[in-house]
Design a protein around this ligand. Sequence first.
Ligand code: RIB
Length: 298
Amino acid sequence: MTRIVVVGSINMDLVTLAPRFPDPGETLTGDRFLTIPGGKGANQAVAAARLGASVSMVGCVGDDAFGKQLYDGLAAEGIDVGHVARIDGIGSGTASITVAGGENNIVVVPAANGRVTTAQVEAARELIRGADAVLVQLEIPLDAVEATLRIAREEGAPVILNPAPAQRLPVEWLSHVRFLTPNQHELATVLGAEGESDFRELMRRAPCPVVLTRGEDGAWFRDKDDEPRHQPGFKVDAVDSTGAGDTFNAALAVYLAEGLDTAVRKACAAAAIAVSRLGAQDGMPRADELAAFLETHR
Ligand code: RIB
C-alpha cells in the first residue's frame, strides 16, 4: 500500500451557494449554506486515503467545535491523526467560500494552521522516512514547509510541493522537490517571473520537475530535462472546483508508482470528478469511482 505523509492546513469551509458573486458593498440572497471540511492539507490527505493510500496527517486544529469535527472527520477517513495537534486558546482555520456558476472565491483565515511548527514536523521524521510521497502546500508557516522539505531530503522521501496559495520561494527549496504542482499563476509567482506568460517557458525555467494544472485543458508535465507533455482534461459539467487541485495532487502521489503519464491521467480524471460535485472533501472520489470514470472516459 502506498504510504503518504501530508504536512498542511486543516480548515472548515463555510460555503455559500449564490446566483452570482456580489459586487463590493452589495448584499445578495444566497441559495444554500454548508459547512464542509477542507483545507489544502486535509483535502489532499482525504483524497489520498479515499484512493486507497495509507495516510498520516501533520497539522493543527483549534480548541473550538470545528476542531473536534475536523479531527474526528480525518480519523473517520482512516487517516493517522497522531501528529495532528489540538491547540488551546485558538480557533480552527476557516475558509469562507462563495460558489457561483461553477466558480468560487475564497477567503482563508489560518488561525490554528499558523501554529504548525518545525518541531512538529521533526516529530514526524520517522513517518517521513518510510513515506512513498510527502505532500506539502503553502497554507502553513513557511518555516514548517522548509522543515518538511529538508527532513524529506535527509530521509530520502520524494516531495510533491503544491505551491498554493502562491508565494515566491527560494530556488534552493525547489531543487530537491520531486514534483512542483502549480497552476500557471502559481508557477510564475514561485519563480518570481510574473511577467512571463508562456507556461512552457516557465516550466523549462523551474529547477525541478513540474506538473502544471490548467483547469479544463488538463495538465502539462515535465520530468527532468524533457520537453513539457500534455494530458488533456476530461469533460464534465462543472459544479464546484473547490478541492479539485487537492484531489489532483493526491491522485498524482497515489499513482506515481504506475509511471508519470498514468499518474497524471488518473490525477486529471480524479480532479474532473471532484469538479462535477459540490464541496472540497464531499466531492472527492474513491478508487472504484475513479476506475469506473476512466472506463467510460477515454
Ligand atoms: O484547495 C481548496 C481549499 O483551499 C479549500 O478547502 C479551503 O479550505 C482552502 O484552504
